[in-house]
Write a protein that binds this ligand. Structure first.
Ligand SMILES: Nc1ncnc2c1ncn2[C@@H]1O[C@H](COP(=O)(O)OP(=O)(O)OP(=O)(O)O)[C@@H](O)[C@H]1O
Ligand SMILES: [Mg+2]
Length: 399
């Protein structure tokens, strides 16, 4: 089997997860695990045991195996609750009813086992392609950069706000900043804004969410970035559900070049939905043992959630502090290279208290230069569109 050495070239492996069970599945799992074009994320009998991986696993396809001769509607719905990845049904034995029912269902393909592994891999690749086309792939999809740290006060919000401001003002990207620190978010305050609408108002507003509607709820900062602030009252946070946030990010990707997400130190539902769509995860660390310990734990959690490790960028904040620990000790302890080192700088607290991001208010400071360089690295290449829809809308007058 492994003699089928397909030249994969630079092709990206497809991340595949398998749920359910049927005759002949064990052999197939074995073959997939060793196939060069497949990144085999794992398998489980019960869909309900797989929610974290389905949500956070960046899956290219889900293979669901069934023993029944009719469509496993409950299982399929349970998978759909967590992921938009294409679903391929695997069955064995008599399946004519199942094939008939599958025609109208949200399924990419049905394959009857046994099959040549290559047939399965082809179906997986094909499903991935048409899935991307259906989502408007080829067109533009904004990148999602999530700023996370398992500790409070490490500088997430300072970085998220400055990064977003630099992406908008210096890189000229249509930038949305989403404050996902749902209970105590302060991104708007750091930008000196007092918005009258927040992410809470958006998710409780009636009707389907689309980019026009999103534009009615974001607030523009003088740098050009649009912000969707955290709810004003902590108790409103719980209405921002995983499902709402998934939809919000999908919509935001259509009208922005880049979406920066500030977070709280928890892996709650909306955070998992965000991770599932995150292109680059900035994990902020500091030069202190408690933060280092928690960063190490969260890297392990991310691995358990099947988050792709190649999307993690380790950021060391206050990297120049003389505190008896060196950056290379951080790299050693975490076994991850530092991608961005951001200096400690008096300009930061001053700009925070003024409500004016340092990348703009104090562009020559060390911190601002470092953030501008980070923005340059993270800015998606290619032509930027016209100003974000919210600004156009505002010119036309808001409802
Ligand atoms: N590079 C830096 N140099 C100097 N001060 C900094 C730097 N980074 C952050 N700070 C200071 O640390 C404080 C905490 O930063 P920030 O609010 O961004 O952390 P956070 O990770 O978002 O915290 P929380 O989890 O509570 O939201 C800020 O008020 C800021 O003044
Ligand atoms: Mg914060």
């Amino acid at each position: 089997m492994s003699s089928l050495d397909t030249p994969v070239g630079t092709r990206e492996k497809v991340r595949v997860f398998v749920t359910g069970a049927c005759e002949g599945l064990a052999d197939l799992l074995d073959a997939l695990e060793h196939h060069m074009e497949i990144e085999f994320v794992g398998a489980t009998d019960q869909v309900r045991d797989a929610s974290a991986t389905l949500t956070g696993g960046h899956l290219g396809a889900v293979l669901h195996a069934t023993r029944g001769s009719t469509l496993p509607t409950n299982e399929l719905a349970a998978i759909r609750e967590h992921t938009q990845a294409p679903i391929i049904l695997l069955a064995s034995g008599e399946a004519s009813t199942l094939l008939e029912e599958a025609l109208d269902a949200d399924i990419a393909d049905v394959l009857l086992l046994p099959q040549l592994t290559e047939n399965i891999v082809f179906a997986v690749r094909k499903a991935g392609h048409s899935g991307r086309k259906a989502q408007g792939g080829g067109g533009r999809a904004g990148r999602i950069v999530t700023v996370f740290s398992p500790k409070g006060g490490t500088g997430k919000t300072v970085m998220a706000t400055n990064l977003a401001a630099a992406l908008a003002k210096i890189e000229g990207k249509r930038t949305l900043l989403v404050d996902l620190d749902l209970q105590f978010g302060d991104a708007a305050i750091m930008l000196g804004l007092e918005p009258d609408k927040t992410i809470y108002d958006l998710v409780v507003a009636p009707g389907e969410l689309d980019s026009e509607k999103l534009a009615g709820y974001t607030t523009r900062h003088s740098s050009g970035l649009e912000i969707l602030p955290a709810p004003l009252r902590p108790e409103d946070a719980e209405l921002v559900t995983e499902t709402k946030l998934s939809r919000l990010l999908e919509v935001a990707r259509e009208s922005f070049d880049i979406i920066v997400v500030d977070t709280s130190p928890f892996f709650h539902g909306p955070m998992l939905a965000t991770l599932d769509r995150t292109d680059e995860l900035l994990v902020v660390c500091g030069l202190d043992i408690p933060t280092l310990k928690n960063v190490r734990l969260s890297l392990q959690t991310l691995e358990l959630l099947s988050f792709p490790m190649d999307r993690i960028r380790l950021v060391l904040n206050r990297a120049n502090s003389k505190v008896g620990m060196k950056p290379d000790e951080v790299e050693g302890a975490l076994d991850v290279k530092i991608r961005f080192a951001v200096p400690s700088d008096r300009a930061v607290p001053i700009s925070v208290n003024r409500g004016a991001p340092a990348v703009i208010a104090d562009a020559k400071s060390d911190f601002a230069r470092s953030m501008a360089a980070m923005a340059k690295t993270l800015a998606p290449v290619g032509k930027s569109g016209s100003p974000a829809p919210a600004s156009r809308r505002r010119l036309m007058g808001r409802r």
